[in-house]
Design a protein around this ligand. Structure first.
Ligand code: MLT
Length: 266
């Protein structure tokens, strides 16, 4: 596994972890996570692909020079990553939850670069008024009490109850990512997600092969709602992983990797 950083828009240093050789597969993490959520994919899928896992602005080791970015800015950062590391090879782009919002925006802006899309534990619609209020409440909580206080209640949604109670390696890994999330990173990401585009009406226009995955116990991207929007994709397939919640690539790495490899090798 190699690590490198390069300068992207607005002087932000984007940190990228890379493993393997072959066709490029870029993996975009969720909130408030970083490239470590993809460790099992960096380890295993790298036997077949050039796996590229950036830390999005303000997460992991990537910097955040100015607050106030949009999901479109993150999609353009991904385009910088592609230009640096994937040249003109057809690109498979995979995003989990917030990473899925970025992947959809990347499709809108740079569709000709994509050979396939993987949308994991995510949703294409915009925020309801309740969701917008919850984002503002999280921002207020982070600014008053710190980021851990604000994000720690998410643990029960990110992992299944079994994983939360086991307090094993997986729990420690996710908890550490939450502890490492900065207040500035949290605020900027919540604001960017609040203003994201609603892609529901655009789904029938996604002509490339698209794999949709969620966890059986995912309350953020629930199976029933996910199956419904995935059915509208012209070349889509949807899988629900049993015994997983929101961070399926970490919770059920073997099944997640099997689905991705099967999809990409068709
Ligand atoms: C994530 O896992 O990335 C977040 O739950 C997405 C969101 O807050 O909408």
């Amino acid at each position: 596994m190699n690590q490198l950083s390069f300068l992207a828009a607005r002087g932000n240093l984007i940190h990228v972890t890379i493993a393997g050789q072959g066709s490029p597969l870029i993996l975009l993490h969720g909130f408030p996570l970083d490239h470590r959520q993809w460790l099992p994919q960096l380890e295993s899928l790298s036997a077949h692909y050039r796996v590229i896992a950036p830390d999005l602005r303000g997460f992991g080791r990537s910097s955040l020079n100015e607050a106030g970015y949009t999901i479109a800015d993150l999609a353009d950062d991904v385009e910088q990553v592609r230009m640096h590391l994937a040249a003109d090879d057809p690109l498979a782009l995979c995003g989990l939850s917030m990473g899925g919002y970025v992947a959809l925006e990347y499709w809108r802006r740079h569709a000709s670069r994509l050979s396939s899309l993987i949308l994991s534990n995510t949703k294409p619609d915009g925020d309801s008024p309740t969701a917008l209020a919850a984002r503002q409440a999280m921002i207020d909580s982070a600014q008053q009490h710190g980021s851990w206080e604000a994000v720690s209640p998410m643990l029960t949604k990110l992992l299944t109850q079994t994983h939360n109670e086991a307090h094993g390696e997986l729990f420690d890994c996710v908890q550490q990512m939450l502890r490492d999330c900065s207040i500035e990173g949290l605020v900027a990401a919540q604001q960017a997600m609040s203003g994201r585009t609603d892609f529901i009406a655009s789904l029938p226009a996604i002509q490339i092969p698209t794999l949709v995955i969620t966890g059986e116990q995912d309350s953020i991207a629930p199976p029933a709602a996910t199956r419904k929007w995935a059915a509208v994709l012209p070349d889509g397939q949807c899988h629900v992983i049993p015994g997983a919640a929101h961070v399926t690539p970490l919770e059920s790495p073997a099944e997640f990797n099997r689905l991705v490899h099967q999809f990409l090798s068709i």
